[in-house]
Design a binder for this molecule. Structure first.
Ligand code: 6PG
Length: 466
């Protein structure tokens, strides 16, 4: 009798294919299935490894797997996940494990978990980050599901994940939707991180007249220090690429209209639902929306003479931009992590924010040296209410505050759009302001709607005939 395969993957788009190869590289046998047989055939034709076997019916695919079966779904988030589960179920046995490795919306994962666990299956929503390359060589992995059943998949997931500081970038996150929630917030932070880098680029380009080679050198240098990260490193690379169809650098030939698949929007929606302020992440989502109104922006630029007024600065201004970027980045991460903290309480996930920061240190898109500092902060203070309350981050912000204010105000005076930089500094200012003007707001609410207010000097709820 043919021996059974260790694990199965359904969905052979690029992430599924690369994950299958990665798992096989680690000594596991893998069965693969794809809705269109052609893709399976093409994949197998290129595959030299005997650890991979392809199947053309779901029944044969399921039967090829050892018990309890472990099946990773690498299909498009949404209806395709439900359809695949529906088709799979008749062939499964109690105790089998279904792992959704896509970017599913966490609430759908919660619902699917409930349903499948009631039927005797184990269901995991697993965030996988790192794009094509990460899937192939080691992604960051965020598994959510039943903690006991996690033992069944932990060895494989840990083995195939990236490593950072010698540790696997894969930690159990929490029940049902926790893994997908954390992956979603990873993406929200990614949106903010990218937007901040783009604003730094716009400032350097306009205020220091930097060319792509200059920008390459600046980002390369920044990547040697505390901003060291995957996103800064690829940004530096991007500025070296020449266009094949013109004499220009490729970056200057790319249309300034941002795409998105929706995970940044979901992060913002979750923050609104949970009542957490994440303006830099949300600002980054809104800026992508605004970028797509290209025709209208062009018309407005005619109307207002919208070109940026460039005020040339000396090169040490670049160092101020670096400081402003770092301080803003701290605020963006503080927002993302406070969203996870609130979700943890709301959904009872008991998230370990230090382990989450450790998971983000390697393999994923936001991987950065700075995550070591976040991991340390939550390790020493697991109950930390906000990253800005941690000593290391307090010192960084205080050291950079003047440069940060200078960069943001100069950008605004010069008409350079900096929604993420300015929202980050406003977030910090609101956060550290002892008395916000909400006393007046409460008075207004009470004035027009008898919404009542509280007083600073005594207990109780008050209403005034204004
Ligand atoms: C990852 C990425 C990935 C996503 C990109 C693009 O962690 O590997 O986050 O999940 O493909 O971030 O997202 P947008 O198309 O929304 O920019």
């Amino acid at each position: 009798m043919r021996s059974k395969q260790n694990i199965g993957i359904i969905g052979l788009a690029v992430m599924g294919k690369n994950l299958a190869l990665n798992i096989a590289d680690h000594g596991y046998t893998v069965s693969v299935f794809n809705r269109s047989a052609k893709r399976t055939e093409e994949f197998l034709a290129k595959c030299v490894s005997t650890a991979l076997k392809g199947y053309f019916t779901l029944e044969e695919f399921v039967q090829s797997l050892e018990l309890p079966r472990k099946i990773i779904l690498m299909v498009k988030a949404g209806n395709a996940v439900d359809a695949t589960i529906r088709q799979l179920k008749p062939y499964l046995t109690e105790g089998d494990v279904i792992i959704d490795g896509g970017n599913s919306y966490f609430e759908q994962t919660i619902n699917r978990s409930k349903e499948l666990e009631a039927e005797g299956f184990h269901y995991f929503g697993v965030g996988i980050s790192g794009g094509e390359e990460g899937a192939r060589t080691g992604p960051a992995i965020m598994p959510g599901g039943d903690e006991k059943a996690y033992e069944l998949i932990q060895p494989i997931l840990t083995n195939i994940s990236a490593r950072a500081e010698g540790e696997p970038c894969c930690h159990y996150i929490g029940r049902d939707g926790a893994g997908h929630f954390v992956k979603m917030v990873h993406n929200g932070i990614e949106y903010a991180d990218m937007q901040l880098i783009c604003e730094a680029y716009l400032i350097l380009k306009n205020m220091l007249n930097m060319s792509p080679p200059d920008l390459h050198a600046v980002f390369k240098e920044w990547n040697q220090g505390e901003l060291n990260s995957y996103l800064i490193s690829i940004t530096s690379d991007i500025f070296t690429k020449k266009d094949l169809d013109s004499d220009n650098y490729l970056v200057d030939m790319i249309l300034d209209v941002a795409g998105q698949k929706g995970t940044g929007k979901w992060t913002s929606q979750a923050a609104l639902d949970l009542g957490v302020s994440i303006p830099t992440i949300t600002g980054a989502v809104f800026e992508r929306y605004l970028s797509s109104a290209k025709d209208l922006r062009m018309a407005a630029s005619q109307l207002y003479g919208g070109s940026i007024k460039s005020e040339q600065k000396t090169t040490d201004f670049a160092e101020s931009v670096r400081k402003a970027l770092y301080a803003s980045k701290i605020c963006a991460y503080a927002q993302g992590f406070s969203l996870m903290l609130e979700a943890s309480k709301h959904y009872g996930w008991n998230l370990n924010l230090s382990n989450i920061a450790k998971t983000f240190r390697g393999g994923c898109i936001i991987r950065a040296q700075f995550l070591n500092k976040i991991a340390e902060a939550y390790q020493t203070e697991p109950e930390l209410a906000n990253l800005l309350m941690n000593n290391y981050f307090k010192t960084s912000i205080q050291q950079y505050e003047q440069a940060w204010r200078n960069v943001v105000s100069t950008a605004i005076t010069s008409g350079i759009p900096v929604p993420a930089f300015s929202s980050a500094i406003s977030y910090f200012d609101s956060f550290r302001t002892h008395t916000l003007p909400m006393n007046l707001l409460q008075a207004q609410r009470d004035y027009f709607g008898t919404h009542t207010y509280k007083r600073i000097d005594k207990e109780g709820t008050y209403h005034t005939q204004w």
